[in-house]
Design a protein around this ligand. Structure first.
Ligand code: ZN
Ligand code: ZN
Length: 839
């Protein structure tokens, strides 16, 4: 496949980097001496003649009783590393049991098939999920020795019914947690407590199981696994499996010369007009905090697949989904979708079997149809060899499509990330990745589909209009060097801890010792609050749940009912949106995107938590505007770096969606602004913030008039780059910048977790502040635009219409901050909470 040189445009090739990932020979290891002969024979019968070193190392640790996390690449054989000790234990002791947890039913089903095929005597594996019939559950409890389930079942069924599971729990030897990197943010924090409840139940019945975790590669897997389980965990990260050579190219779509743009109207122009015509907006209407700028916190983006991310992101989020960048903010670069479609066309014309990953279903369909059209023009009928693939197909259909691609009957497939888990489609000639999929783990999972034995395979990452994508295509070391992005979760979040302690108390009264298990001081504080509010009752023997029924706790939320999106005409439920982002996405008149189809919101009923919508293809997009205030409640830690201060603490954010703009799709021109009547929302959460003195700003050459725009631009880019340090989505995070904040009495940029109580993102940002802000600075500086674009400082979810923004001054501010800041907060005197006057 050739990189089309002529499409590079006047500014040269779109290829910013080519990395040759060399082939690697596998390093085999002998079977551990303790492997039972029947297991070795059964594995040999499945074509597994030996182990790789990393599998042996992890298995050996687990067998010796150490809790272990294996964090290696896609297709490195992680399952064998836990199957070996777990199945050995089941064969050695005919009464032992194993619990296996996976984030998806499909993965559990794959594992069940793999274990069943080994046909070992007396293991009796079984999956337990929401669909398991009652009578079968009874059998599983009594007879199954390898139970495959998920955290939700553990939370809703197994732990509340622990008495019936007493025999199983008493003999519990191993707990396997597969794909543990998916337990992040609020969900991960809940799962951490579900696992502590499991440990408590096991102890109660007399067992101390060993935990074996499997993770995608990430920064600091041992620390994450420790937070998740509450146990010391050893990491095995050296991948010893063989791998084919891959040539990995990073591709930045060229900037469009103005005459080739969809319409030569830059978003700034339209937005500037808007601010001028609508002085009610915060920037113009509130002189005392005239430059206080907001990025609305949107908390709905926690879905694990591209579609739900797009759907959750809604109207303001259109730019999050790749294909709608054109709709949202007219691109100044050629769209990543179009580039991907062209590359796919060239690949098919050259007879290359190619898989293109696109973030949304509609995007995948657009790429496939553009490629089909171009191919049919060249050779009628050739377009038939390209298909779009998405979630929701039946298993048989999926297998048929995969087979067609593997046999070459189909030459190319454009897909969402639906393939990511549990499906064995590998060995392709080329993989195209349209837009950074959000984490290195996903990137490598996608790229890992390319690679034939013996041959060279190709992977291409096509950057979208996004500061993180821009940074990555110019900083290949962030992709090919040591991983920095860590899976974060925060089990101390009081909004998670309180409800989880109620669950634990309803399973068995909480004792003082138990509180250590659930986190010590934060748990003691939480129990005091729960006792005071009457949720728990204190008795001499401990804390009791005395209410009728069990506590209602949703593992994916922090309180409040999700808003249902219902189609008016049919009553069909399209999906749900987090209560925190419903005001922004589902206000009356909003354009709501669901799986690539657009709807108009007829009305939002907050009382019943329902939004009624009807399908529509309006020629405008909608953009909610909101007014946000932030006050500092408590400083947890800070770094005093002279003219610059760096802080981590709790903040109260109040915001109100006050109006929305309608903008023409093609040009971004503002049609009108319509008022909304929605209540104020309040959020207590965790934030990281930095302050900079007026003297330092002046010394950096930032004119006073540019300070608001510089801080606002830095804030946008900083939010865009945080996913480099922590596995979050920019929709998990909010921000606010101001030239002078009442609490800090300085120019300040705040970045906060969009989830009540925090989810660990701001904390990770604080811990890696220098690296994070340096990457932010680089992303802005390396963008070739003149005055700011979606690839650097514009944000698709700005509550202030991306105004004001000062790109050059933002680089100067970040340089000044980085000059003062130590490389790590740990390098400076560790400062603990001080009185408010110390701010
Ligand atoms: Zn730019
Ligand atoms: Zn903004």
């Amino acid at each position: 496949m050739a990189f089309g040189g002529e499409r590079g445009g006047a500014d040269g090739s779109p290829i910013t980097h080519v990395e040759r990932v060399p082939a690697r020979d596998g390093r085999p290891a002998p079977w551990p001496a303790w492997t039972p002969a029947p297991l070795r024979d059964a594995l040999a019968g499945r074509g597994i003649a030996a182990l790789w070193e990393h599998q042996a190392a992890a298995a050996e640790l687990a067998h010796g009783g150490s809790h272990v996390v294996l964090a290696t690449g896609t297709a490195s054989g992680k399952s064998l590393a836990y199957q070996l000790p777990a199945l050995s234990a089941l064969l050695a002791d005919p009464r032992a049991t194993v619990l296996y947890l996976s984030p998806t039913k499909a993965l559990a089903a794959d594992q069940l098939r793999a274990i069943t095929r080994l046909d070992l005597d007396g293991i009796r594996p079984a999956t337990l999920d929401g669909d398991t019939p009652r009578e079968e559950r009874e059998w599983i409890r009594q007879h199954a020795r390898f139970v495959l389930t998920n955290p939700d079942m553990l939370h809703h069924s197994l732990l509340p019914g622990h008495a019936r599971w007493g025999v199983f729990l008493r003999r519990l030897t191993y707990v396997v947690i597969d794909e543990c990197h998916t337990y992040r943010g609020v969900f991960g924090s809940h799962v951490a407590h579900v696992l502590r409840r499991l440990r408590r139940a096991a102890t109660r019945y007399g067992s101390r199981p060993t935990f074996v975790l499997a993770s995608a590669t990430s920064g600091d897997p041992a620390d994450t696994a420790s937070r998740l389980t509450g146990l010391p965990v050893v990491a095995v990260t050296e991948d010893a499996s063989p791998r084919g050579a891959v040539t990995f190219a990073l591709w930045e779509p060229p900037l469009l010369p103005p005459e080739f743009g969809p319409e030569p109207v830059r978003p700034r122009t339209a937005l500037d007009d808007a601010t001028a015509t609508h002085p009610g907006s915060r920037a113009a209407g509130n002189p005392t905090e005239g430059s206080e700028i907001l990025d609305a916190a949107v908390t709905g983006g926690a879905g694990s697949d591209g579609d739900s991310l797009d759907a959750a992101a809604g109207p303001g989020a259109a730019a999050g989904g790749g294909e709608t960048v054109e709709v949202e903010l007219p691109p100044v670069r050629r769209s990543a979708l179009r580039e991907t479609a062209d590359l796919l066309t060239e690949a098919v014309a050259a007879g290359t079997r190619t898989l293109a990953f696109v973030r949304s279903r509609r995007g995948a369909e657009v790429v496939a149809s553009m490629a089909r059209r171009a191919l049919d023009e060249a050779v009628p009928g050739l377009g038939d060899r390209v298909a779009a693939y998405r979630g929701g197909y039946l298993r048989e259909d999926r297998r048929a499509i995969e087979r067609a691609l593997l046999t070459g009957e189909l030459l190319a497939l454009a897909s969402t990330n639906a393939l990511e888990l549990g499906v064995d489609l590998v060995g392709l000639d080329a993989v195209l990745i349209c837009g950074y999929p959000g984490t290195r783990a996903s990137l490598w999972q996608q790229a890992g589909r390319a690679g034939r034995s013996g041959g060279e395979a190709l992977a291409v990452l096509v950057a979208r209009d996004d500061p993180l994508d821009t940074y990555l295509v110019h900083h290949p070391e962030a992709l090919f060097g040591r991983p920095v992005e860590a899976t974060v979760l925060d089990p101390t979040n009081p909004y998670v801890l309180g409800p989880q302690l109620c669950c634990a108390a309803s399973e068995a009264p909480l004792t003082s010792d138990d509180l250590e298990l659930f986190g010590g001081a934060p748990a003691r504080d939480a129990v005091a609050v729960l006792t005071e509010t009457g949720a728990l009752r204190r008795r001499p023997s401990g804390w009791y749940w005395t209410h009728r029924g069990r506590p209602e706790v949703d593992l994916r939320g922090t309180g409040g009912a999700a808003v249902s999106v219902v189609e008016s005409a049919t009553g069909r439920l399209l999906g749900t949106v987090d209560p925190g982002s419903a005001h922004l996405q589902l206000h009356t008149g909003a354009v709501y995107l669901h799986q690539g189809v657009s709807y108009l919101v007829d009305g939002l009923d907050l009382e019943d938590a329902v939004a009624l919508v009807h399908p529509a293809e309006p020629d405008f997009s909608t953009h909610a505007r909101d007014v946000t205030n932030l006050s500092v409640a408590e400083v947890r830690e800070y770094v005093d770096a002279g003219p610059v201060g760096l802080f981590l603490g709790e903040v109260d954010v109040t915001s109100q969606v006050v109006s929305y703009q309608r903008r023409r799709l093609r040009t971004g021109e503002v049609i009108d602004t319509r008022p909304l009547d929605l209540p104020v929302r309040e959020l207590r959460t965790v934030a990281v913030w930095f302050t900079i003195s007026p003297q330092a700003l002046a010394a950096a050459g930032v004119a006073a008039a540019d300070v608001p725009g510089a801080l606002h631009a830095a804030e946008h880019a900083a939010i865009g780059l945080l996913p480099l340090m922590a596995t979050c989505d920019r929709w998990d995070i909010g921000g606010l910048s101001t030239a002078n904040h009442a609490d800090t009495e300085a120019s300040t940029v705040f970045v906060y977790d969009g989830h009540p109580g925090g989810a660990g993102f701001a904390e990770r940002a604080y811990d890696t502040a220098a690296a994070w802000l340096r990457a932010t600075r680089e992303a802005i500086a390396s963008c070739g635009c003149d005055s700011g674009c979606p690839s650097c400082v514009q944000s698709p979810k700005c509550g202030n219409g991306n105004s004001p923004l000062a790109k050059g001054a933002a680089v100067a501010v970040l340089d000044a901050v980085l000059d003062a800041l130590p490389d790590s907060p740990a390098d400076s005197p560790h400062l603990v909470p001080g009185p408010r006057s110390d701010l």
